[in-house]
Design a protein around this ligand. Sequence first.
Ligand SMILES: NC(=O)C1=CN([C@@H]2O[C@H](COP(=O)(O)OP(=O)(O)OC[C@H]3O[C@@H](n4cnc5c(N)ncnc54)[C@H](OP(=O)(O)O)[C@@H]3O)[C@@H](O)[C@H]2O)[C@@H](O)CC1
Ligand SMILES: Nc1ncnc2c1ncn2[C@@H]1O[C@H](COP(=O)(O)OP(=O)(O)O)[C@@H](O)[C@H]1O
Ligand SMILES: [K+]
Length: 504
Amino acid sequence: MKILSAAQTRAADAYTIAQEPISSIDLMERASGAVADWLKQKYSPEVPFYFFCGPGNNGGDGMAVARLLHHDGYDVQVFLVETGQNQSADFSQNLERLPQAIPVTNVQTTSDLPAVPLKAVIVDGLFGTGLSRPLEGIYAEVVEYLNQHQGTVVSIDIPSGLFTDAPTPAQTAVIKADYTLTFEQPKLAFLLPASGSYAGEWHVLPIGLHPEFLAQVETPHQLLTHGLIENVLRPRSRFSHKGTFGHALLVGGSYGKMGAITMSAHAALRAGLGLLTVQVPTTGYTILQTAVPEAMVLTDAHEQHLSQFPEDLSKYQCLGIGPGLGQAEDSRLAMESLFRQKLPPLILDADALNLLASDRLLRQNLPANSILTPHPKEFERLTGPATDDFHRLQLLQSFCAEHDCYVILKGAHTCIGTPTEEFFFNTTGNPGMATGGTGDVLTGILTALRAQGYSPLETCQLGVYLHGLAGDIAAEVEGEASLIASDLYKYLGAAFRKIHLNQK
Ligand SMILES: NC(=O)C1=CN([C@@H]2O[C@H](COP(=O)(O)OP(=O)(O)OC[C@H]3O[C@@H](n4cnc5c(N)ncnc54)[C@H](OP(=O)(O)O)[C@@H]3O)[C@@H](O)[C@H]2O)[C@@H](O)CC1
Ligand SMILES: Nc1ncnc2c1ncn2[C@@H]1O[C@H](COP(=O)(O)OP(=O)(O)O)[C@@H](O)[C@H]1O
Ligand SMILES: [K+]
């Protein structure tokens, strides 16, 4: 699913109005109808609704929804916040359409604001994608007042005060919504850490924007959806054998950190791999052979950390390096000499990334099409600090382009950066996964998928989505708080099944 900018949303709107054709006011009615339906499904008519509307089309939506709920027997009130100037045409028309029975209050100062009962739902229709500057004056005061409401706040399209596709300056007034009912596509701001929490739980409501426009519009940002993944995952053919599914080599582990590489190994095997070899320092030999009997084990010459790679790498279809590796000087030198050879596809994680960050020669020699899996701190070590989330996306794009590589920037909505300037945001996963070792599991999954012949992009898309889906299934069974990294490979099979099931 494409993620449109505010300008593209306006263009989609205009295209739909011209080509469907449909009048602007009718399109607003359709959008408002979708919001009203969602609210009616969730709340009974006993729940009072307080609508706060601004001067633009977001305010127009607010009034239309209020009218639709009123007609279905809901108790609604409308508060028009400083809407004297700049009223959009559809705002004015919806103001005229408001039935007399709905109380309307003009809010000029905070003394005009009501005491909102706890059980009431506030609907925020102050500003939408037309926000052109941070909120100030009465608008900021109203937002701060509404943010004190202990009950539920539902934003229409986007929390008021939040910019759709640009950084929202810190310390400015933004509605903190419990729910955001957004039209047609999620907004980029919902997917980024600093702004995402304002949207609360967001739901995408289709409003019938013209499919031709959506098919043609070019946008760098996309959502990783179930539909996309179904087309990537390949079935296993009846006459396949272990050679069909690749032989991968995982390298990592150091004294005190053998668990990381052990979990990567388990995950790789659960991700459909044919054969797995793991190379660990000598201290890890018994641990690996005992914990993961399905894997073959090579030992490093060094007892406690990596000091060399196997000479012959030609039999491996993918090489995953990093979980539990440590950052010994020996290991850095081993990586330098590795990067001078002809290599199978690479997945780099954890300390392999830290070594990369500390060594310019390594970065220069990074093989094309490598997949890197940093969390934000590791990413910062690679690129330097970002001033905000949008700047971080620019850094992601330039790093991928410069090194011709794929970077999986991990987080609540993990973002896959590509050398072709496309970004994919993940939709699976949950806060239960914020626990040690979950990244090591991802490395194992990616290594296995790449070894099976998935392209770098397919590997990133499938790996990230499956990892989060396994996390979601694990959270359903175990609960978020109790989720641990090994649950991710325990439920990986269920995640695969969920995708295959939909394919049939
Ligand atoms: N295709 C779709 O998705 C559909 C979208 N629809 C709905 O339309 C919404 C977008 O509507 P919109 O363009 O009228 O913008 P909206 O945010 O209501 O207000 C803009 C007004 O506010 C003003 N203004 C801006 N910033 C300000 C500030 N800080 N402080 C004070 N004023 C400020 C600005 O003035 P100006 O910038 O010109 O000074 C202008 O007058 C969208 O979010 C969705 O709800 C549906 O109805 C139909 C299909
Ligand atoms: N709140 C969250 N929602 C969804 N996924 C999350 C959340 N927090 C963490 N994750 C996922 O968990 C993994 C954590 O990886 P990482 O930080 O490398 O952990 P570790 O180093 O302990 O293995 C990433 O894949 C990340 O996307
Ligand atoms: K809003």
